[in-house]
Design a protein around this ligand. Structure first.
Ligand SMILES: Nc1ncnc2c1ncn2[C@@H]1O[C@H](COP(=O)(O)OP(=O)(O)OP(=O)(O)O)[C@@H](O)[C@H]1O
Ligand SMILES: [Mg+2]
Length: 460
């Protein structure tokens, strides 16, 4: 067909044909079909020069191969560079890694790459590169290494990965300061129960300090969906997608999204029912603010309104990590909130000082003091009533709250199926949830229609 300016490794000719299956790539006239990355996230991930790119995708979305091709590209571009590859368990080397290596580079085994089983090393003799093979079950084995790159495979499975990541990150020092291409990448199905993973790549929060990550370009995500891998049989791409249609399982396992799949607290929440902005004509009879203070976790403040039919609307959101008092006080002023109900654990002193200094009506939400009560408040409101409508709407202007609510999950102890209803799962954000409950408790206290200050009768 045509020359592409690159002679074939096999026959030395420059005469290529374009073949379309399983995805478009050039095949030499001699029949040689070189390994190529798939267009889309796999290619972008392999080409990424960011410090810590993450290839996050559903089952069969070509994660393992993405990691392998990135490693292959890296060592060829940087001869003499050692690295580390980690797996959830050592057994994965034999069952997952080597079969895929052999599928792509099988004919080069023994010459271009050698697996040393006893030493747990992968050697690239002509490139003078070595990869130390680690298991996340023994993260401390990563200590002391001097490497230029690492790849952590399936960091969502099992434990030890977070520890290992923070051991490998400072091990990127093999060539000292002169080398600028140090890289450590990860491949995984996103798992919300691995808070560090979600924090670093999805939320941009450093799991050690709790501070926002300043240079988020260092941690890009390459999202991949199962359906986009043309190398998979249609039975998986189409069959599973149909069978799991729209389920949360499908969102995590096929779409590669960070969501809670098990132990959901409010599975009844539905976008078409509960997520709604108030129509212009709606008349409100009361407005209140709900506030929860955060430090490393976000501070959340909501504007909550009640309409004539006694339905509650959560209309505005302030949601910020490392927020100062000034931040939320300004919002209270801007929204002109007549009353704010806040976390009842706030000190009486603080509350008094805010009232005096800023002239705002802020009170502790005593009625929503305990966890169960907050759960009850939300549950009663979310329930769809006889008229076919729920007692509460969340506006699309409150995206963080919506995201918190649909992902709120109970903790499920390892090896068990039943969630522990008294504890939320690790990594679950609940500040918007709490703030909402504090605010809503206002409407449960019979405040409406009564004067805000009660008159005390004194015996004369
Ligand atoms: N660039 C490529 N060229 C040819 N085939 C590919 C390529 N990338 C992936 N594949 C094939 O697609 C299939 C799925 O890839 P892979 O095993 O990497 O997916 P995965 O996301 O790791 O799957 P799992 O979720 O099961 O771990 C495999 O058969 C693999 O060989
Ligand atoms: Mg895999």
């Amino acid at each position: 067909m045509s020359a592409i300016g690159h002679p074939c490794d096999k026959c030395g000719e420059d005469d290529w044909h374009s073949v379309t299956k399983p995805f478009e790539r050039a095949q030499c006239a001699c029949g040689n079909l070189p390994v190529a990355t798939m267009p889309g996230p796999q290619t972008d991930f392999v080409l990424s020069k960011a410090a810590h790119p993450a290839y996050l995708g559903g089952r069969g979305s070509a994660k393992t191969v993405a990691g392998i091709l990135k490693m292959w590209t890296f060592v060829h571009e940087h001869p003499g560079s050692n690295g580390a590859i980690s797996f959830p368990v050592y057994g994965d080397i034999e069952t997952i890694f080597l079969p895929e290596m052999r599928k792509f580079f099988g004919e080069l085994e023994g010459t271009e790459w050698v697996y040393l089983e006893k030493k747990k090393q992968l050697v690239f003799p002509t490139l003078n590169c070595r990869a130390f093979l680690l298991s996340a079950e023994e993260p401390d084995r990563g200590r002391g290494l001097n490497i230029s790159w690492f790849w952590m495979e399936e960091v969502g499975i099992g434990g030890g990965h977070k520890h290992l990541f923070f051991i490998l990150q400072p091990a990127l020092r093999q060539h000292g300061d002169d080398f600028t291409d140090y890289q450590g990448w990860i491949t995984s199905t996103p798992k919300v129960d691995k808070p560090w993973l979600k924090q670093i790549w999805d939320e941009g929060i450093h799991p050690i300090t709790g501070d926002p990550i300043e240079n988020r370009d260092r941690y890009p995500i390459f999202e991949a969906r199962t359906v986009d891998n043309p190398c998979l049989p249609a039975s998986i791409r189409e069959g599973l997608v149909k069978e799991w249609a729209g389920s949360r399982m499908a969102l995590q396992e096929l779409e590669g999204k960070f969501i809670s799949v098990e132990g959901l607290v409010y599975p009844e929440l539905r976008e078409d029912i509960h997520l709604r902005a108030p129509h212009e004509d709606i008349e409100f009879i009361a407005t209140v603010g709900g506030l929860d203070f955060g430090d490393a976790s976000p501070t959340a403040l909501y504007e909550i309104k009640m309409d004539r039919s006694r339905k509650v609307w959560i209309t505005r959101e302030f949601y910020k990590r490392s927020a100062t008092d000034d931040d939320w006080l300004n919002v209270v002023a801007e929204w002109n909130l007549p009353i704010v109900l806040c976390d009842p654990s706030a000190s009486q002193e603080d509350i008094l000082s805010w009232r005096m200094r800023f002239n705002i009506n802020i009170q502790p939400a005593m009625a929503a003091r305990d966890r169960q009560e907050r759960g009850r408040l939300w549950r009663t409101r979310l329930q769809v009533r006889e008229d076919g409508f729920p007692g509460l709407y969340i506006s699309p202007d409150c995206p963080f709250l919506w995201n918190e609510m649909i992902n709120l999950a109970h903790y499920i102890p390892k090896g068990q199926e039943e969630p522990q209803k008294s504890v939320f799962a690790p990594g679950v954000n609940d500040h918007g949830y709490d703030a909402g409950a504090y605010g809503m408790s206002y409407f449960e206290r019979g405040y409406i229609g009564r004067p805000q200050k009660t008159i005390e009768l004194v015996k004369v």
